[in-house]
Write a protein that binds this ligand. Structure first.
Ligand code: GLA
Length: 411
């Protein structure tokens, strides 16, 4: 059980909200589970290509607090939506689909994944309040944090503890089922495995990872452009299909050239392969493949530069990543480009790029500490002038970590 004095504020609030919303008396023993959102330093749209990513967990969390129930239903209260939802959990009940709000669908889908793994009894359910401070739709993975928080909460209720990467995979499948988007594993893995003051270099094929300490002599600024960012409508599935189509065209030719060579994903392809066989791909597929292949190289190089505290080099890779996402992968937008331009025009910025799936959401910028206030001022004043939109700074400390508190009285 966690020491109540170290209970994160969001978990504390979830417990208080549950007591109020469910009219629980002060003797009711309440459990809580929480999980962080993530910032991705570099490695965008590489996870579902078996590639590399370098995310870091942020201090912003989602928490569930509540009690078990004897029936296979989740009765949920969302503090953000100020709404209740009651969803069936048993696998004999058809997926509730449209009638269930998306936030409740993520919880439902996660629980069902855990039940399939035998981590929670299929006949049990729960009642819980959800509280979080990960901005919704800002590219900081609020949905992954909700899924992983649900899994942590299940554990706090007595569910079987699974290895973190099994939890991440279960939550990834829940996201795919809940939102109907074929997401990769980055967000859920970062939320499960993120550690304070570290980024995580994850090999999304081998599912192995190393922690890379975050240097303290620079600051990360996250700026939400306010341009709507919805994975479901963002062309994410189209991009994924394009990557698979590029592999399908290149793989037989490369395997024929070098007998025994295995080409399963863009991870297995080099820039030299792409140059040599560019005629096999149309312009769009060539650009998509070039982004993924070059982003994998940048991610490994950026992790090494971070390890050496070479911030100028990290900044250079961030800038190259943005250009590639904008020009080759075509997932940036006017607002993201404008915010990145403002950041790069401010002295003291090492680098900046769009973050997450794209088509809206946030940018990150790496900046010298003495220049960070100036950069924040410029984003707040310049960005609306250029775009007609009000963006928002989203202060993020890289100190997030998932956790649980087993049933206890008032914290
Ligand atoms: C979303 C997905 C991730 C990843 C990023 C793009 O956040 O959930 O799996 O593909 O987009 O890098």
């Amino acid at each position: 059980m966690n020491d109540p004095s170290t209970l994160p504020e969001v978990a504390r609030q979830a417990i208080a909200v549950f007591r109020r919303a469910a009219s629980a008396d002060s003797d009711t023993a309440i459990s809580a589970g929480w999980a962080p959102g993530r910032m991705n330093i570099i490695g965008e749209h590489t996870d579902y290509n078996d590639g590399f990513v370098l995310p870091a967990a942020i201090h912003r969390l989602v928490a569930l607090a509540g009690v078990s129930a004897d029936e296979p239903f989740a009765t949920l209260y969302s503090a953000h939506h100020q709404a209740w939802a009651r969803v069936p959990l048993g696998d004999d009940v058809a997926f509730a689909g449209e009638q269930v709000p998306l936030w409740a669908r993520y919880v439902q889908a996660t629980w069902r994944q855990l039940a399939m793994l035998g981590a929670v009894p299929a006949s049990a359910g729960f009642k819980a309040a959800i509280v979080g401070d990960v901005p919704l739709g800002g590219g900081l993975s609020s949905s992954a944090a909700l899924e992983v928080a649900t899994a942590m909460f299940a554990q706090s209720l007595g569910g079987r503890a699974l290895p973190p990467l099994d939890v991440a995979r279960a939550c990834q499948r829940a996201e795919q089922a809940g939102a109907d988007v074929a997401v990769g594993i980055m967000d859920q893995a970062a939320s499960c495995l993120g550690r304070p003051h570290s980024a995580m270099l994850l090999d999304c094929r081998a599912l192995t990872f190393t922690y890379v300490p975050i240097p303290e002599d620079a600051e990360w600024i996250v700026f939400d452009t306010g341009a709507p960012h919805t994975l479901a409508t963002s062309g994410y599935n189209t991009r994924r299909g394009e990557c698979e189509a590029a592999v399908a065209r290149l793989a037989p030719v490369l395997a024929h050239e070098t007998p025994g060579r295995k080409v399963h994903a863009l991870r297995d392809i080099t820039l030299a392969d792409l140059m040599q066989h560019s005629s096999l791909l149309d312009d769009v597929l060539l650009k998509r493949a070039r982004h993924v292949v070059s982003e994998n190289m940048r991610t490994l190089a950026a992790a090494e530069a971070l390890q050496k505290c070479d911030l100028a080099m990290v900044g250079m890779y961030l800038n190259q990543s943005h250009a590639s996402l904008r020009d080759d992968y075509e997932v940036s937008c006017f607002e993201l480009d404008a915010a990145v331009d403002v950041a790069l025009a401010t002295s003291g910025t090492f680098g900046a790029r769009m973050m997450g799936a794209g088509f809206g959401g946030s940018i990150i910028a790496l900046v010298r500490p003495e220049s960070s206030a100036r950069l924040c001022e410029r984003l707040i004043s310049e960005y609306p002038r250029r775009t007609g939109r009000n963006g928002a700074l989203v202060p993020c400390a890289l100190t997030g970590e998932a956790g649980i508190q087993a049933a206890s009285g008032r914290p």
